[in-house]
Each structure stands twice: as C-alpha cells, then as structure tokens.
Ligand binder design. Structure first.
Ligand SMILES: *Cc1c(COP(=O)(O)O)cnc(C)c1O
Length: 441
C-alpha cells in the first residue's frame, strides 16, 4: 500500500519565518495557521519574560502539555469507566481509571470524579447533588475572599439558591467562627462552602466541620487554590473533615485546566450523577490524561519540595513587603498567597496592577475585606508564588521581587514610565536565567 501524499501545507514552512530562524516550536500549527501560531509564540515570550505573580496561575510541565494535546481529544465517552454510552472505550476507560486511582491515592479519598470541566461547573455539580433551587446555601462573600460560586449574587449559585455569606473580621482579617456558627445555626443551609480565592491563611477545616455537623449541612472544602499545597503536605488536608472536596487541577496542583470532586463512598453516586448526566456531557479525555500526569508528578518527592518552597517563598515575600511598609491583609501569609492593601499607598489596585504589568510584573487587582472602593476598581492587589517557584526562584530572590513591587507601585502613583521600563529589563534578566517549564526557549 502506498501512503497518500502529504498535503502541501504540512511541509510548507510558514512564509514569514526568516531564513536561518530556529525551527518553530509547533511546526504543524505554524504551517496551517501562521496567524494563530504567532499569537501562541507571543504568549510563550510573555510567559517566559515576565514575573507571573497571579496566585491561581502556574507553569505546567512539558509532559502535562503533551498529554493535553493528544488524540484522546478525538474520543467521546459519556458515562464512567465500564459504564459508557459510546463504544471504543478500551483505552479511555484505562486513562480515566488511572486518573481517579491516582487522585484517590494522592489525597487519601474513597472516591474521585475527574470529569468536571473546571472549578465552577464542579461546584455547580455539588449544589445539584445536595440542594434544590431556592434552598439556602452558605459560603464566604466574594469581596471577603470567597469565590463567585460560593453563593455570590451575580453567580447562578446566588440566584438559583439563597446564598448567605460570611466574611472575615475587620480587625484581624481572619474568619470569625462565632459569626460562621451563628449564621449556620440561624439560616440552616443545605450546603456550606469553605475555601476561597484570596485567603492568605490556613483554613481550619475541623472548625467548619463542627459547625456543619451542628447545622446539619453538607460541608464542601473548595481547595482550588491550595490543592497542590495539600497534596505536597504544606497545608492541612480537608479530607478527614469535609463531606466533599472540590478542586481545580490547574492552580497550585500544576495540572491542566480542569477540576475534580472527591468524597467518601456514601456520596459517590450523588456526585457522579450530578456531574454526568446532571450537568455535563462528554468528558474532555485529553484533560483527564493530563490530570493523570499531573497527579503522578504530584506524588513524587520533588513535588513535596515544590509545595513547601511555594510557602517559604510567600512567607519571605510577605516579610520583604512588610519591611518596605506594605499593609498585608491578615498581616502576612501561611500559604502561597499575599493580599496587599494599597490604601495607605494612595494608589488604586487597578492602577498599580496595570503599571506593574507594564513593568513585567503580572498581578491582579483585588478587593480587600471592607474595601471602601468599588469591586472593579478596588484597593488591593493579589500576588502569589506558585509560578515563580515552578521556575526555580527561591527565598533569596524575594527581596528583589518585593523591591520591584515597591518601585512599581511608586511609579504607578507618579506615572513614571521610565522607572517601569527599568524594572521590566531587570525582571527579564532574572527570568532569562530561570527558564519556565513547558515554555520553548
Ligand atoms: C479558581 C476557583 C474556582 C473556579 O475555577 P474555574 O476553573 O475558574 O471555574 C472555584 N473555587 C475557587 C475557590 C477557586 O479559587
């Protein structure tokens, strides 16, 4: 049998490639769609040259990237391993079992569902499993550090359900468990969420579990941000305390964009039914494969080391920022995240974040508890250490990072673009000496 001729486009070099240039990192893409290939290359440069401090972001390994770009993409497999609605699952069933077995072993849970498309649909599936529309649900308010899907008003979870919300104390920036308990006993929610997106301190899962038990509520620990720290032993595990553990796979856990729901055997059926057929159709098998790879990586000794370095870096960065007179919500950090209140610096969070972006220091503006400003132009910036740790930066670099933030925020106030350009060059120099995993050189 002769092979059909390869289509011309597959071997034609991208027309704009200059003579003598390095081979493109993604040759098929460069040939088929040079316009998109250029954008991918530009994003690769951005991720290589900048200091990425957004605490929900990371760099996945080249192996995770490869797994998520495989032909597993081509397969439909509604249902669960051994119980599918499509044939041809000889391999896919094994891939999904590998992922769920690894999740169960890593987190020490009875049951894991790796099919949720992302963290938000995972949380929606939890509501579907345990509540009816109109029921009361409870979570941390978004401006206090919670997540949209914990019952905040603009989210479906706050309009289809009656969301009641707790916060942190004004004086300490810490969760007030007396308030949480009073609210839970008064409102009797079906579901209580703990965890969040801007919480710099250790979450006391046992305290939440005691309150949920008293109130007759299902406790959901949403560890989207800290899953990698939990897996690496750098944050206590919610598993002994929570009825359900929800997590994304793409933050500190350093996997592909996706999510998992984990629970004790008694809730397994309800969770699985809620994900499929309750909420979703076919799982994204290429993502399942990449989750399996990430979980394998997270089970290695090097990952424990990474998780502890993430926390050590965040503590060192917080200390260096305090040294420079910054005001930190809760006064510091126990995890990967630092929330800076810029009120005393007389510059809004968004202005600071945009200036830092021009300086190659990528952060996000964020509300601080009891923020006097509006949510789309709040008083804080949120930073974190997962990405810089993944590219090998250590505590010895955190003074420089704090310095760039300090100078960048000062330049934001005075509109000093030259100062931002100087920082950008210094950042690119350090980043050039610490190549990012998965990003072509
Ligand atoms: C990121 C996050 C989510 C949502 O994840 P998406 O994948 O963005 O939908 C849910 N809960 C918490 C606490 C998060 O940090």
């Amino acid at each position: 049998m002769t092979r059909p001729p390869t289509p011309a486009t597959a071997t034609t070099p991208a027309p704009e490639a200059p003579a003598g240039a390095a081979a493109p990192a993604h040759p098929a893409l460069a040939a088929a769609d040079p316009e998109l290939a250029r954008l991918v290359a530009a994003e690769e440069r951005l991720q290589a040259d900048t200091l990425r401090l957004i605490p929900s972001e990371n760099y996945v390994s080249a192996a995770v990237l490869e797994a998520s770009g495989t032909v597993l993409q081509n397969k439909y497999s509604e249902g669960y391993a051994g119980r599918r609605y499509y044939e041809g699952q000889q391999v896919i069933d094994q891939v999904e079992r590998l992922a769920t077995d690894r999740a169960r072993a890593l987190f020490g849970v009875d049951h894991a569902n790796v099919q949720p498309y992302s963290g938000s649909p995972a949380n929606l599936a939890v509501y579907l499993a345990f509540a009816q529309p109109g029921d009361t649900v409870m979570g941390m308010a978004l401006p206090m550090g919670g997540h949209l899907t914990h019952g905040w008003g603009v989210s479906a979870t706050g309009s289809w359900f009656r969301g009641v919300q707790y916060g942190v104390r004004r004086d300490t920036g810490l969760i007030d468990f007396d308030e949480v308990r009073d609210l839970a006993l008064r409102e009797r929610p079906k579901v209580i969420f703990c965890g969040g997106t801007a919480l710099p301190r250790t979450i006391d899962f046992a305290a939440f579990a005691g309150i949920a038990r008293e109130a007759g509520a299902v406790l959901v620990a949403d560890i989207a941000h800290i899953a990698g720290l939990v897996a690496g032993g750098a944050h206590p595990s919610p598993v002994p305390h929570a009825d359900v553990v929800s997590t994304t796979t793409h933050k500190t856990l350093r996997g592909p964009r996706g999510a998992m729901l984990m629970c004790r055997e008694e809730h397994a059926k309800a969770i699985d039914k809620a994900v499929f057929p309750g909420l979703q159709g076919g799982p994204h098998n290429q993502t399942t494969a990449a989750i399996a790879v990430a979980l394998h990586e997270a089970a290695q000794p090097a990952f424990r080391d990474y998780a502890h370095r993430v926390v050590a870096n965040a503590r060192a960065l917080a200390a260096a920022l305090l040294d420079r007179g910054f005001d930190l919500v809760s006064g510091g950090t126990d995890n990967h995240l630092v929330l800076i209140d810029l009120t005393g610096r007389d510059v809004p969070g968004k202005t600071a974040a945009k200036a830092l972006d021009r300086a190659g220091v990528v952060v996000n503006h964020n509300t601080v508890p009891y923020d006097p400003r509006r949510p789309f132009d709040p008083s804080g910036i949120r930073i974190g250490t997962p990405s810089l740790t993944s590219r090998g930066l250590g505590t010895e670099h955190m003074a420089a990072v704090a310095d760039w933030i300090d100078r960048g925020v000062a330049a934001a106030r005075t509109g000093d673009e030259d100062a931002l350009a100087v920082i950008r060059a210094e950042v690119a120099d350090l980043m050039g000496r610490h190549p990012a995993p998965g990003v072509p050189a």
